[in-house]
Design a protein around this ligand. Structure first.
Ligand code: SAH
Length: 360
């Protein structure tokens, strides 16, 4: 049984139904029972896997992105190299190993900051990066100002979404309540909250759900402000939609499967929601940055030379290793999977050219 459920019941009894955002934030981030706070969900036996866990080619390709973006920035030194939600630290380890080889000046100039709230994952990151001089921060705000390279892979989808539901011709906040008869958490429609749903979708039919992510927007704006104040570039890769639209995308993932009910196992299942890339780009721009994209993960990795790198690695590999490398690369860039499902958005200082893999 979910250790978080009794806490959520008491909270709802004391103060009424929770917003979906409060529910999601607690289910993932409650200090003692939150999903990310208590476990490492990644890897083959975990609840889900991510691009850096699938293939070293992912981090190696993003190293090329960082090296070229740094050149375009005028090679500032020192600079902050920041990763948001670094998981097991695999991406940063692969990226730094490649930078040592292809851009040693950047590797030397970079102050590495890992923004992570989970003690379990932080411990994994510490062992993956034990040879590196890295600093851990609970929030981006703790990273000192200055030139910046920032990466976030499958990070923004873990931030809490607020949901609205169209009900009786008005938009109400969607909330989470305890159904005592059924003994489970249920969604309910809260009081009307007019004016928060953009005009483009405001006329949606009854039953429609609209999601916003105020935490993601605030963070993107903060990154945008950093990029306006000093040279820098940021790269966000995640699954989501290109344009603002209605749709309930809140999902629970356990053992690699999407659970039907995101309220069934708070703290025991991962919760995720699609990233609204249009909203994210608007927030970067509000902070003062310039955005390019989104493009697809497949297009980005191809532009960064993943296929050339694959060919080089295969030459030195055993047949079994070569087959595994090939499979990993296909999963990352193939049209049937992550290659088209995942989108990449770049934000830079306003006067910088389009970063590698992106066009104006
Ligand atoms: N980027 C990694 C891990 C993705 S899982 C990869 O691609 O493998 C999401 C990561 O974000 C985890 O490390 C999780 O602990 C972290 N995370 C989730 N919410 C966070 C928050 N609000 N602040 C900082 N880190 C967070």
């Amino acid at each position: 049984m979910s250790a978080l459920l009794p806490f959520l019941r008491r909270l709802i009894a004391a103060q009424g139904p929770l917003s979906v955002a409060a529910y999601m934030a607690l289910a993932l981030g409650h200090p003692r029972h939150g999903y990310y706070m208590t476990r490492d969900p990644l890897g083959a036996r975990g609840d889900f896997t991510t691009a850096p866990e699938i293939s070293q080619l992912f981090g190696e390709s993003l190293a090329v992105w960082c090296a070229l973006a740094w050149e375009a920035m005028g090679r500032p030194a020192p600079l902050n190299l920041v990763e948001l939600g670094p998981g097991r630290g695999t991406l940063m380890a692969d990226l730094l190993r490649t930078l040592d080889r292809v851009a040693p000046d950047l590797a030397r100039a970079a102050h590495i900051h890992l923004v992570e709230t989970s003690p379990v994952l932080r411990a994994k990151q510490e062992s993956a990066l034990s040879a590196r001089n890295a600093a851990w921060q609970e929030t981006l705000a703790r990273v000192p100002p200055g030139p910046l390279l920032l990466i976030g892979n499958e990070f923004f989808d873990a931030l809490p979404v607020q949901q609205f539901i169209r009900d009786g011709g008005v938009w109400r906040e969607r909330r989470v309540d305890w159904d005592a008869a059924a003994e489970r958490l249920v969604f309910v429609a809260g009081p009307p909250l007019p004016g928060l749903v953009p005009a483009a979708v405001a006329d949606a039919p009854d039953g429609s759900v609209y999601e916003t992510n105020p935490v993601a927007a605030a963070l993107a704006e903060e990154i945008g402000a950093r990029l306006a104040a000093a040279p820098g570039a940021a790269l966000v890769i995640d699954y989501g939609r290109r344009r603002t639209a209605t749709g309930d995308t809140l999902a629970a993932i356990q053992g690699g499967r999407k659970d039907a009910d995101p309220l069934a196992a708070p703290g025991e299942a991962d919760l995720t929601a699609h990233v609204d890339f249009a909203a994210l780009a608007a927030a970067f721009a509000k902070g003062g940055a310039r955005c390019r994209g989104p493009t697809t993960q497949g297009e980005l990795l191809r532009a960064l030379g993943i296929e050339t790198r694959l060919a080089a690695l295969r030459e030195r590999a055993t047949p079994a290793q070569a087959a595994a490398l090939e499979r990993g690369a296909r999963r990352l860039i193939g049209p049937e999977g992550m290659g088209t499902l995942f989108l990449a958005l770049a934000a830079t200082s306003p006067d910088l050219p389009a970063p590698p893999g992106f066009a104006d």
